[in-house]
Design a protein. Structure first.
Lengths: 450, 450
């Protein structure tokens, strides 16, 4: 060891460790999401954490790019690579790079961490997982509806309470801007302010827009339009009457109507989503429908983002390919599920089915053999180890603390008679069986348990 | 989009993408390994990619630390964090940081990528996965034997051809050094040269040791000792006769004998491992038994490393904790399995069970409904999408190219009669059923398939 100075064990701010019981919960959420992605035919893709800087920069906007981590090692101080900021830009690179190896439409998913050097705060981390599903190569609204059906199926399987998928369309927002006399160069400012609707309310947004130099009458028109609300999808009709004569707005309305028809065919009920014209999404690359999901209680912000971005792949390839996708934010989903205690009871605190205790030095080999016998039958068996301290009470307490459901004991008598005793901790039921029958006994006790 | 210059889609050297068919193979290997880790009671842990520099530096030796990537983002140019180099040092930090939340012995696994800025070459990447299992808190050889049993079980389940687990002990190597009159300060040099035995042979090692200034008679003694070979474990007896009087050597021999006894109890046959005194392992932190696994054909270097490191946790904590573990190198395992075609036939090129075709615009909604019905029954159904181009031949060709086993067709007649036709591509078997019976029909065709 080069250096024997003690280092205080700690992490940098914004980074987290997940100990086993937390990991098993995370794994349950990730496995559920992955299962739904595969159910719709999305295939796994993995890209490296480190991308060339040229791939990442120039895609997210300058503010975001301040948050991208560059990386370099001692041997070469070149600043060539950087850590991925999301999974969307790497997907766009992959599609352009391997277009001959990929069958289109390309449905891919990726479940991976990303890094953003944001100021750490409650619920915001510098390293966090994204679960993305995207379809590349389809411009029709059947694709956008499928993505929403994927999201909705995930929420159902995780049993999330009353999620609402908010849907808007960048084309509609552009049309509203045209109608309200907001000039093109002011549209990004417009989006940025409207995006704060949830936080600062209608008055706050109005004030900001006027401060940004948009004329009062334009602001008023705009605010009236984004706040159009009616039951179900009727707000589309209201909007059409007002701005349906503007081509881009009309396209946007047609898209949302077509989406609603496909959502119905896919079994997504109208109660699961709403068209909300105040929802904008921050990222600059969206070109059509956009969506995010909120849960009212507890409200930790949106748990998904997504939308159509038909031009992004064109940054890496002569012709772009129409693409739509979603990114599920598992960090917030896990926070909500923890707060509401939504994890099913089979999500245990441990992977272990049975602890095989050790009575003394003499019987240690017999205990090892028993553990090995159980594992051959695919029973997850932990062999107790304690460097020669064999108090049985301590071993049972260890199993109890860890949440291990079953404990096997074999003392000298059992070893001599080829028997073993299995105890179920939840109800103290105990069986004493021949070692040859131990697998059946364990399976029996486990089946009653779950 | 801030910038419309086309970027050539590519990766930095040493980094890789995994397209879906490769990912499904990787996932099979990872799932098998994870299953074995859990079978022995190892629990999942996840640590962040970015650790404080102080945590990583001073642990691996100066050469290795040149390869660690530092990371920083535009907003704060501080060099506070770096990318993990392995999973062992983060484990040591975690054990010290959360010692009150952890039950000991702590068996944990972690399957995660690590980064090393090495010169990229065949089979060596800058980002690669490690699959680690370690037991913290046990000094007895039952722990070391269990780790070897974990490794052996993984090889069996992956069906790897004749892996040999080579076992040595750092204490033995120290004892040999004492016996041969190699002074303590020369031991690291000695290890480094012997480590090259496989590559440069006995003569090469001898030459290097003499160049390093170790006296000729010491080199000769050392070379005779490390090359002791005999059937099974009898080489331990030979070694004991020669250097058993040296305390540290005697301890090392006792440990390996004890390990052999536990390996027998755990059902690891003698043919699965050998004591090989020329095997050293590069890393400086090992303190007792060390092991690695080689496969003769194809020989891509060792596919696992591991051993006992009783002092590492002591760098983060007043008292250290005895620890032993292994790191399985899946990159090489996957290369070997690919070269020898060892993937079982159920590892498919796609996740999709059935492609639901679309006959024309009119029937698209009916096809959507059918896909949704299949998904409700947990059948992974892809809905064909093509922006209005509905040639059925092209849809079947798409399914065939992707390796999708089943194809569902419903044209206007089927829609009118509430029927659907399912075709299995492997043998062209086709059934025509009521839509209400489609799930049973698909399950039937899938069961014959697999």
């Amino acid at each position: 060891m080069a250096q024997q100075i003690k280092i205080k064990p700690r992490l940098a701010k914004g980074f987290r460790d997940f100990l086993p019981s937390e990991m098993l919960k995370r794994q349950y959420v990730i496995d559920t999401i992955e299962g739904v992605f595969q159910l719709f035919g999305y295939e796994p893709l993995q890209t490296p954490v480190l991308e060339l800087r040229d791939t990442l920069f120039g895609k997210y906007g300058e503010d975001a790019e301040q948050l991208i981590y560059s990386a370099q090692h001692g041997r070469s101080k070149s600043d060539e690579v950087a850590m991925r900021y999301d999974l969307t830009v790497p997907l766009s690179r992959v599609v352009a790079q391997y277009e001959n190896d990929i069958s289109f439409p390309f449905r891919r998913y990726q479940i991976s961490p990303v890094w953003r050097g944001e100021r750490p705060q409650r619920g915001r981390y510098r390293e966090f997982f994204q679960c993305d599903a995207d379809i590349v190569g389809v411009s029709g609204m059947e694709a956008d509806a499928e993505i929403i059906s994927v999201m909705n199926t995930v929420y159902q399987r995780l049993n999330l309470p009353q999620p609402i998928i908010k849907i808007n369309n960048r084309k509609l927002l552009t049309g509203m801007g045209v109608f309200s006399d907001v000039i093109d160069s002011q549209l990004p400012d417009l989006y940025r302010s409207i995006d704060k609707f949830d936080k600062i309310g209608a008055e706050g947004v109005e004030k900001e827009l006027i401060e940004r130099g948009i004329p009062g009458y334009a602001v008023k028109r705009m605010m009236d339009l984004v706040q159009i609300r009616d039951e179900g999808n009727l707000n589309l009709n209201l909007l059409e009457r007002q701005i349906g004569h503007i081509e881009v707005a009309n396209e946007g309305i047609d898209e949302l109507r077509s989406m609603a028809m496909y959502l119905d065919a896919l079994g997504v009920p109208q109660s699961a989503y709403e068209f909300d014209f105040t929802m904008v999404r921050g990222l600059s690359y969206y070109t059509g429908p956009i969506f995010e999901t909120i849960i009212q209680e507890p409200n930790l912000g949106s748990i998904t983002g997504g939308g159509r971005y038909d031009n992004l792949i064109g940054l890496f390839r002569r012709e772009s390919l129409p693409t739509v996708g979603t990114s599920l934010g598992i960090e917030r989903i896990i926070d909500i599920m923890t707060e509401l205690d939504l994890f099913p009871s089979h999500v245990a605190d441990t992977v272990v089915d049975i602890l095989v205790t050790v009575f003394d030095d003499e019987t240690q080999i017999a205990s090892s053999r028993l553990a090995s016998q159980l594992r051959k039958a695919n029973i997850r068996a932990e062999l107790y180890m304690s460097d020669g301290k064999f108090k049985l009470g301590k071993q049972f307490a260890y199993a109890d603390k860890k949440g291990i459901p079953l404990v096997a004991t074999l003392g000298p008598d059992e070893v001599a008679n080829g028997r073993v005793s299995i105890k179920r901790l939840s109800d103290a039921k105990e069986v004493d069986v021949l070692q040859a029958d131990v697998v059946d006994a364990v399976v029996g006790l486990m089946q009653i348990e779950f």
